[in-house]
Design a protein around this ligand. Structure first.
Ligand SMILES: [Zn+2]
Length: 172
């Protein structure tokens, strides 16, 4: 009888132990999971430490891309850029927007009605500043680009409101 009780205690401990291990393994997996493949749009493909990004980016780029900052409106030369070409991520050079989808929003930030590919951007809910907005991140490096709103022009009705400092223009 005593032995049976001991048996169940040991079994119970083993069970709890394996659950704890499982939880720990899952936690330990979190940082490496962010290096995951291209087919998962919710995870950036390029992962660098904060210190590395700080070295690579200008202070303005770092503030917007890595600290979810917002540049002052009408400060980016890209607002009035009407040349044909591609707007890439300033940090990792992932092609994000084509000049074909750029439009005059009057907001003071470069605005587009669609990304080059949905795979190249990550969209997630942002509840900061007492608002519910959809944040747009670079699918390549996870850098913050801006927000997307549903008051854009046809054909999508979307307005990708981007920080010019987070973009780099490549003329066609
Ligand atoms: Zn990027």
């Amino acid at each position: 009888m005593k032995n049976t009780a001991l048996y169940w205690v040991v079994c119970g401990l083993l069970l709890v132990g394996s659950f704890a291990c499982f939880a720990l393994i899952n936690r330990a997996d979190l940082p490496t999971a962010s290096v995951a493949g291209m087919d998962d749009p919710a995870k950036p493909r390029i992962v660098k430490s904060d210190a590395e990004w700080k070295k690579l980016l200008t202070p303005e780029q770092y503030y917007v891309l890595r600290q979810q900052g917002t540049e002052r409106p009408f400060t980016s030369p890209l607002v009035d850029n009407h040349q044909k070409g591609t707007f890439k991520c300033a940090a990792c050079k992932t092609p994000l927007f084509s000049s074909d989808t750029k439009f005059e929003s009057g907001t003071g930030w470069p605005s587009f009605y669609a990304p080059i590919s949905k795979k190249n951007v990550i969209e997630r809910v942002d509840k900061t500043l007492g608002m519910v907005r959809t944040e747009v991140e670079c699918g390549g490096c996870g850098g913050h680009l801006g927000h997307v709103f549903e008051d854009g022009p046809k054909p999508t009705g979307l307005r990708y409101c981007m920080n010019g400092v987070a973009l780099e223009f490549e003329k066609k």
